[in-house]
Design a binder for this molecule. Structure first.
Ligand code: HEC
Length: 113
């Protein structure tokens, strides 16, 4: 019986560990996963006073939400995603995995995290 008790504790540890792990890897963070590549790929054109939305790192979140380029929870209808999926910009287009991260982030509620 003693062994069973240990087994239970070990199982509980593995379970808790895997839960915390998967949350970490599945949740997209705007500031650490997305803002950086928008700044790199888009701000040659998208910055204050030039082309909307302003995609500089410190302004991008508000510009995307306030300008309704991002509709939280609805990546399919978000103008940002429609632009990216139709190949905008023609030079320096994001990779498919970057576009997928943007979509996932929007579908997770587009929080400023
Ligand atoms: C070479 C300059 C250039 C780059 C780089 C660029 N854009 Fe654009 N973008 C434009 C121009 C010009 C427009 C407006 C005309 C059009 O829709 O093509 C525009 C329009 C948009 C729009 C729609 C704006 C509206 O009012 O409907 C979004 C969203 C957008 N860009 C996102 C991005 C993102 C995200 C990136 C980086 C991956 C990016 N753009 C890179 C020039 C650029």
């Amino acid at each position: 019986m003693k062994h069973l008790k240990y087994l239970g504790i070990i199982a509980a540890c593995i379970f808790l560990y895997s839960c915390s792990k998967s949350e970490e890897s599945d949740e997209i963070s705007f500031s650490s996963d997305i803002a950086g590549f928008l700044e790199n790929s888009c701000t040659a054109c998208h910055y204050g006073g030039r082309q909307s939305p302003d995609l500089r790192e410190q302004y991008a979140y508000n510009a995307l939400i306030d300008g309704e380029y991002v509709l939280p929870g609805n990546s399919a209808d978000s103008p940002l995603v429609q632009q990216l999926e139709s190949g905008h910009p023609s030079a320096g287009h994001l990779t498919q995995s970057q576009i997928d991260q943007v979509k996932l982030w929007i579908d997770q509620g587009a929080v400023n995290n």
